[in-house]
Design a protein around this ligand. Structure first.
Ligand code: APR
Length: 244
């Protein structure tokens, strides 16, 4: 059971499964292929250096798709959890591995550790403009600030350092409740936070269609689709007394 009475700090980590019910493909359920390319082939600094046009086309397609999807009940339930815990003077931190902007559009405060499709980045001057006017641009876009190189997607690729790690690690260290939603637990450092929170004494749980690779017998597991299970989980956390 959860730690009733103590000042709660709930940390939620989400993965592609929370956006699946909005129509966004996951990485490993959909076979992880795009036009015959594996993500690992396209989402790397080496691929960008070797074939910028291919990588740009891959990400432009994903950026365009974002405009066609909406946050689902799971995203909205996490906004409710954040606001209700704040009203009670309790802590909440949301971390996402996703690069879609569905948490942001739902109204959550979120730490996007793998970057954001809605941003571009200049590797020469570091500029990270939010960008929507170039969604349909087939050609590479020179950096508007320095012009030295074409802008790349502001997405963290395999082998690159994720964003917000110190802030995430501090939140996990003080979590009383840690819940991983819609993630296969296959990619680190994100997959390591579940055991780190458990070792720090937090109540730990996973929610997803399938048990994640990093699930431990000490973790609770809530099966099913996030859009149905996450609102129920939020109700249980906010019940008086909490049911988890
Ligand atoms: N509701 C809940 N969970 C779901 C749903 C759903 N409707 N559909 C799928 N899932 C679960 C799957 O069971 C799986 O555990 O979501 C998870 C999706 O796993 P992945 O596709 O591996 O996505 P994720 O864990 O977010 O990948 C992590 O890998 O490729 C990199 O950087 C990329 O951020 C990504 C990281």
């Amino acid at each position: 059971m959860g730690s009733e009475g103590a000042q709660r700090h709930v940390v939620v980590l989400t993965g592609a499964g929370i956006s699946a019910d909005s129509g966004v493909d996951t990485y490993r359920d959909a076979g992880g292929l795009w036009e015959g390319h594996r993500f690992e082939e396209v989402a790397t600094p080496e691929a960008w250096a070797a074939n910028r046009e291919l990588v740009w086309r891959f990400y432009q397609l994903r950026r365009q798709k974002l405009a066609a999807v909406e946050p689902n009940a799971a995203h909205l339930a996490l906004v409710r959890l954040e606001r209700e815990l704040a009203a009670r003077g309790e802590g909440f931190t949301l971390v996402t591995q996703n690069v879609d902007d569905l948490h942001q559009r739902a109204g959550s405060t979120v730490l996007p550790m793998h970057g954001e499709l809605s941003r571009l980045r200049c590797e020469a001057c570091g500029s990270r403009p939010a960008d929507r006017e170039h969604l349909d641009e087939e050609d590479l876009v020179p950096c508007p600030d320095c012009g030295a190189v074409p802008l790349r997607p502001d997405v963290v690729w395999f082998g690159e350092m994720p964003y917000h790690l110190p802030e995430i690690e501090a939140a996990v260290a003080r979590a009383t409740h840690f819940i991983a939603i819609g993630t296969s637990g296959a990619v680190y450092p994100a997959a390591g936070y579940l055991s780190y929170a458990r070792a720090s004494g937090a109540w730990t749980a996973c929610q997803g269609l399938a048990e994640p690779d990093n699930l431990d017998p000490r973790d609770a597991f809530f099966g099913g689709r996030a859009s149905e299970a996450v609102p129920e989980l939020v109700d249980a956390l906010l019940a008086d007394p909490p049911r988890v």
